[in-house]
Design a binder for this molecule. Structure first.
Ligand SMILES: C[S@@+](CC[C@H](N)C(=O)[O-])C[C@H]1O[C@@H](n2cnc3c(N)ncnc32)[C@H](O)[C@@H]1O
Length: 282
């Protein structure tokens, strides 16, 4: 269990810069992070204390989306930018509904991949679960490697999950074309579950604090590319939007499973600063 040893550093890990996967893990209360990530996280919390609960809101949406898909009979998932495993991983939630579900996790960050490997070695089934270190910006390679694991059946609908990830992809990489490419590769009846940060309707009294966090990411880690409602909605071109359509994250089927952080935003969903949506490939 090398990845559980607090001094273990997986190969290729950059400990010079705070990393988004490890910062997010720290926001969620995980332990797959190093001093540089925790220092960054603490500075972000000092600037904008709401940042941790926003991370939890994002994670709770992932759980609701997977549960919904599993209830529609989707039993295989490709989770891009899956992060460090933490409470409510995709295969766990899917298995609660359909035991025997399958999932391929993909992340660019070696720490997220190392921890996913440890979790799957301990609790997973190699015929049903796999993890790949890769860059989602290269759909052909990711798709080929995902199929090479033998976990996914390309003749059956797949749940493509890209939750809390696309704001790490800048316009120069044309993220809309990337999602369109995955859509073309997936079999019909597949789904695309997505959430994204925005500055739309940012609470005016907190705008400066939130901007300070974005500046910290820009200067010390990775730029966050905020997108407005129209840009987010465009990710669903060629997909049929499933009810309730494009909404603030806390408004996306909030009652599907316990979502305590999400509840805090019930009266003011736009202060979650995130959009959510689910599309189905016709
Ligand atoms: C905020 S976390 C979200 C984790 C998970 N999807 C969730 O919702 O809990 C974003 C993750 O995306 C990963 N990521 C960022 N850019 C990526 C890329 N180009 N390819 C694959 N993963 C990427 C990061 O390493 C990080 O683990």
């Amino acid at each position: 269990m090398a990845a559980q040893d607090p001094d273990f550093v997986p190969e290729g890990v950059d400990l010079e810069h705070p990393n988004p996967a490890r910062i997010y893990d720290w926001f969620l209360g995980g332990t797959a992070n190093w001093a540089i990530d925790r220092e960054f996280g603490a500075r972000a919390v000092a600037a904008f204390p709401g940042v941790r609960v926003l991370a939890k809101v994002g994670r709770e949406f992932l759980g609701r989306g997977v549960q919904y898909l599993a209830e529609q009979g989707v039993n295989q998932f490709l989770d891009l930018g899956s992060g460090v495993p933490t409470v409510g991983n995709v295969h766990e939630i899917a298995d609660e509904v359909n035991p025997g579900s399958r999932c391929v996790y993909v992340d660019i960050e070696p720490v997220a991949v190392a921890h996913s490997k440890v979790l799957l070695e301990r609790e997973g089934d190699p015929k049903r679960h796999a993890v790949i270190q890769g860059d989602l910006r290269d759909p052909e390679t990711i798709w080929r490697r995902a199929l090479d694991t033998g976990v996914l059946d390309p003749s059956q609908p797949i749940g493509l999950i890209v939750v809390g990830v696309l704001y790490f992809v800048g316009p120069e990489d044309n993220p809309h074309a990337i999602i369109g490419h995955y859509r073309d590769l997936l079999p019909s009846g597949s789904y695309f579950l997505c959430s994204h940060l925005t500055v739309d309707d940012e609470p005016t009294e907190e705008g400066d604090r939130r901007e300070e966090v974005r500046q910290q990411y820009r200067q010390h880690s990775t730029e966050l590319h905020m997108r407005d409602r129209a840009e987010f909605t465009r990710f669903f071109d060629g997909w049929e939007l499933v009810d309730p359509g494009v909404v603030w994250i806390p408004q996306w089927r909030p009652d599907l499973r316990p979502s305590p952080a999400t509840r805090e935003f019930a009266g003011n969903p736009s202060s979650s600063s995130g959009y959510a949506g689910l599309g189905r490939k016709p």
